[in-house]
Design a binder for this molecule. Sequence first.
Ligand SMILES: [Zn+2]
Length: 234
Amino acid sequence: MLSLPLDDGSILCISVRTSSRARRLRLVSGIRGVEAVVPAGYDEDKLQEFVQYKRDWIIKTANYYSRLREKTGHTESDVVYYLGRRYRVRLVKDRLASAIVSDGLGTATFHVTDMRRYKREIEQWYREQTAKVIAERLPGLSARLGLTYNKFTVKRQKSRWASCSKKRNLNFNLLLSAAPAEVIDYVIVHELCHITEMNHSKRFWQLVESADPGYRQHKEWLEDHSPVIGVQGL
Ligand SMILES: [Zn+2]
């Protein structure tokens, strides 16, 4: 945790996360606060320097999000991402669980059977959406790349978007449907490529790039949004 003293005497906290996958230092500002994602072995003085250099930007975005939190009365659990878009959560007590996502209103209305367990019900909804998207996209991409998998599962995973086992079983994080369609495709392609290359070698990334020329951007979307959605790394 880093602290940035402000002119009014208060202190802004910046959480620091070390990532072996990060190639460069980055700052991510979101509704939950400001986070620094630091490559492994990064010099702490340099981090301090970078934070000072980015001071104006940090304060500006932190103010923006704190105003947004106040204005909307939102806490982190009141927002969901679905297919790359951000929605305000509305909860309605009902006899049957269901969800209505409205692009026009920017809301996701969850009809929940038990208000105390609404997070469980939202998770279940994510699980179903993710399973549907994977079932739609995976067979076609597998055929296109000529890479055959055994089976796929959608799981609750804390720190990974997806993984591939030696037995060619693919696991996908139940929150994956939070990402835009092209990013979901990238994650599928990434795991399929692990069927022939069980590593992150140069050859692996060349294979990914030939299947998804825009993969760098898609990877970056995940890196930027993982702290907000609650998943780290791939
Ligand atoms: Zn990988």
